[in-house]
Design a protein around this ligand. Structure first.
Ligand code: NMX
Ligand code: MLT
Length: 394
């Protein structure tokens, strides 16, 4: 049962006026979304369930929800985990390709190329098959990216496809001297919180636009990852931890001085603000709760806790800023750092890993379900010619 049917409310439709032009389609309805919607105060809902109710679920059950639009029963959950395991083996030599990439390249570029490579190794020409195969193969790709970039490319543990998604990544990674149980808990929560965020966020929109020209799921997803890699979108989680490391103190007075100086220098305060939300993002709240439980004394966690108190007050002084509150990126870096991922340049790859599920499910819906299975046509919004352009035409 798909709860929270917002689309019955036709008031969301509006007349497009000149004021909507050149605003990045802000607020302009362009389609329907079957996986999730975002409300300004409760944030994202997956198939009608507010994210605050889902944070503790296993990632596999949330992938099931996004693809099937209902939470699985115990039997459905086990069958789905088996299905993912059956799809998980990488059908070819991904490792050799990754080993040729420049180690100084950004991990998001590796992720995009890795997804492209998976598509070159096997594409089924069935939207859902490809989307689920990709979900099932992501943990190994992620593990290989980390290991090969770090020069730990020998003795990579053989893949064990019977493991769950997070265990398979941690197994490939094979970090020494870390608390693996804590690591699995943080990654699991991270994946669930980041899987989907409505139909119009930049990476999802870009992925669906590419797929509308009938590019494969893999090509569309690689494009979506490129969109996610921008510093105002997914890569804000990297910038946010870099920012936290620069703040370097949890003293409220010093933090406030730092925030003001950043604003003065016209630099964004990472981890705050949102295009749709108008309150603290519940995904941030969930991560603060997790951090208070597992690492209340971690220095970076203490800094983000102070930022959470100080920055909204300072940002609210600028009436142009629609939402001065914490967004999803504020605490995730501190948690990832705490469990052993100390290099923030990797953080957006976790975001990308998670989003593969939501974007994949939305591509399947747009290509094979909407408009009675016919799918939406190729994206082609209208642009209005500017006077200068018209002069050239004449
Ligand atoms: N720090 C400094 N300035 C800000 C911030 C912020 N955190 N948030 C908004 N503004 C500015 C924004 O740049 C814009 O300035 P201008 O008119 O000069 O272009 C003005 O306030 C109005 O922006 P809004 O309408 O409030 O926000 P918009 O929808 O344009 O942008 C973000 C949303 C998320 C891009 C913006 O809030 C931002 O840059 N935040 C910091 C970066 C960040 O944390 N991004 C993560 C978002 C989550 N994600 O995954 O995408
Ligand atoms: C998010 O997860 O917050 C997004 O992808 C950004 C958005 O919704 O625009």
């Amino acid at each position: 049962m798909f709860r929270g049917e917002h689309l019955a409310d036709k008031k969301v439709l509006l007349e497009v006026t000149e004021n909507h032009l050149n605003t990045g389609l802000r607020g302009v309805p362009v389609g329907t979304c079957r996986t999730s919607y975002v409300t300004p105060t409760e944030g994202v809902h997956y198939c009608g369930y507010p994210i605050s109710e889902l944070a503790q679920f296993d990632p596999e059950d949330i992938v099931y929800l996004l693809f099937h639009k209902e939470l699985p029963t115990d039997e459905q959950s086990s069958a789905f985990r088996q299905d993912l395991a059956n799809r998980a083996a990488i059908p070819g030599d991904l490792e050799s390709v990754l080993k040729t990439l420049p180690k100084f390249g950004h991990p998001m570029d590796w992720l995009s190329i890795g997804i492209h490579t998976l598509g070159m190794l096997e594409t089924t020409e069935d939207w859902k098959e490809d989307a689920l195969n990709l979900v099932a193969r992501m943990p190994r790709l992620m593990g290989l990216i980390f290991r090969i970039r770090e020069g730990r490319e020998n003795d990579i543990p053989a893949d064990d496809t019977s493991m769950n998604l997070v265990d398979r990544f941690v197994h490939a990674l094979d970090f020494e001297g870390v608390d693996k149980a804590k690591m699995k808990r943080v990654i699991s929560t991270y994946l669930v919180l980041h899987m989907d965020h409505g139909g119009g966020n930049l990476s999802t929109f870009s992925g669906k636009a590419i797929a509308s020209g009938k590019a494969t799921v893999y090509s569309s997803m690689a494009g979506a990852m490129n969109a996610l890699s921008g510093p105002l979108h997914g890569r804000a989680n990297q910038s946010c931890l870099e920012f936290v490391l620069k703040v370097g103190t949890s003293d409220p007075t010093e933090v406030e001085a730092f925030v003001r100086a950043e604003l003065e220098a016209k630099r964004p305060i990472f981890g705050f603000g949102h295009a749709v939300l108008r309150a603290e993002d519940p995904r941030a709240t969930a991560q603060f709760e997790l951090g208070s439980e597992i690492c209340p004394d971690d220095e970076n966690f203490k800094i983000v806790t102070t930022l959470r108190e100080v920055a909204p007050r300072v940002l609210a002084e600028n009436p142009k800023i629609s939402n001065p509150n914490a967004n999803v990126d504020i605490a995730s870096g501190a948690l990832l750092h705490h469990i052993g991922f100390t290099d923030p340049t990797y953080y957006t790859t976790f975001f990308g890993w998670a989003r593969v599920a939501g974007i994949g499910a939305q591509i399947v819906d747009e290509r094979a379900v909407l408009r009675n299975g016919k799918g939406t046509p190729i994206y082609r919004p209208k642009y209005i010619a500017e006077a200068q352009t018209l002069r050239h035409i004449e």
